[in-house]
Ligand binder design. Structure first.
Ligand SMILES: NC(=O)c1ccc[n+]([C@@H]2O[C@H](COP(=O)([O-])OP(=O)(O)OC[C@H]3O[C@@H](n4cnc5c(N)ncnc54)[C@H](OP(=O)(O)O)[C@@H]3O)[C@@H](O)[C@H]2O)c1
Length: 283
């Protein structure tokens, strides 16, 4: 008997021992990385109390996610954007959420919908911010689908009349503790609430850089999808994929593992994961 990996669900363990006791020869750990890769979401649900987190970002070849003007402009190709729409559609169908940082919300004013034919359920839109908007704010997401909006803010703002007014519009508002490093709100607490209170098993984070960096730094990115467009800005004042850290050495990098790369509409789609023991590169 050949076994890829043992079940991470403690309630389901013991099969190997039963087989051994019955005299069956058992080899475990055969292509374990590949097995693990095929069920990373399940492993996350079994071993943590948070959703499976996919981080997706698009950048130029020199790692920029927008121009210095901070305008909402497409970075990647039409074909890449279709892939994102399908990903959002899948997350929505599974009852999950698309997550964006407050600056992305206020600058890009995204709709965060799947915009693919046959979408029956759009993803929730989750947004952490210490600047809770008013119910009248000119935000697409708030005005077009308030019942899908989930704001995470400070405990004080969550208890304010402004939060109450948002709730009357159908929006959910949760209060969070500040994160330990003073970068914003506690993202692990946010993810726990998304799973426990909103029944989200998948979260698709679409940036921006500050939120992405903080998630990565806290070990909260399970799967990183980078859409690398064959374009160069060459402007060091344009926002980069990740930001906000101060590192004196390459030993301080946050490390991921490349598991696949594909050419989609001229963009290079790179997929990285965390937590695999050995490289597992697919074509
Ligand atoms: N190409 C792409 O894939 C892509 C994707 C998304 C965005 N973008 C671009 O990225 C830019 C915005 O990115 P950004 O880095 O400035 O901001 P961001 O990551 O979108 O938002 C960061 C903000 O989120 C709030 N926040 C609350 N808790 C946080 C925490 N623990 N960690 C991090 N943020 C937390 C804070 O705002 P409060 O002070 O309100 O709490 C913080 O300033 C825009 O130009 C946008 O166009 C590009």
């Amino acid at each position: 008997m050949v076994i890829g990996m043992r079940d991470v669900n403690p309630a389901a363990r013991g099969g190997v021992e039963t087989l051994l006791a019955a005299g069956v020869t058992v080899e475990t750990g055969v292509m374990e990385d590949a097995c693990r890769l095929s069920m990373l979401d399940f492993i996350t649900w079994q071993t943590t109390e948070r959703p499976y987190v996919i981080l997706k970002m698009a950048s130029t070849l020199d790692g920029h996610i927008a121009s210095r003007m901070g305008k909402p402009e497409a970075v990647s190709s039409e074909a890449s954007r279709e892939v994102v729409m399908r990903l959002r559609g899948g997350v929505g169908a599974a009852g999950g959420a698309v997550l964006v940082g407050a600056n992305t919300l206020f600058i890009d004013n995204p709709r965060l919908t799947a915009r693919v034919e046959g979408t029956e359920r759009e993803p929730l839109a989750a947004m952490p911010t210490r600047r809770l908007p008013s119910p009248e704010a000119n935000l697409n997401i708030l005005q077009q689908r308030p019942a899908d909006c989930v704001f995470f803010t400070t405990a004080a703002q969550a208890a304010s009349p402004g939060a109450q007014a948002l709730r009357e519009k159908g929006v959910r508002v949760y209060g969070l503790e500040p994160d330990e490093r003073g970068q914003g709100l506690d993202l692990l607490q946010m993810l726990h609430l998304l799973r426990e209170q909103e029944q989200c098993h998948y979260v698709l984070c679409e940036g921006g850089a500050r939120l992405a960096t903080n998630l990565l730094e806290n070990g909260l990115v399970d799967d990183f999808r980078l859409h690398l467009a064959p374009r160069v800005l060459g402007d060091e004042d344009a926002p980069s994929l990740f930001c906000g850290r101060v590192c004196g050495s390459m030993e301080e990098t946050l490390n991921l593992r490349l598991v696949s790369m594909r050419n989609i509409g001229g963009d290079c789609h790179l997929r990285y994961v965390s937590g695999l023991e050995a490289a597992c590169l697919q074509g």
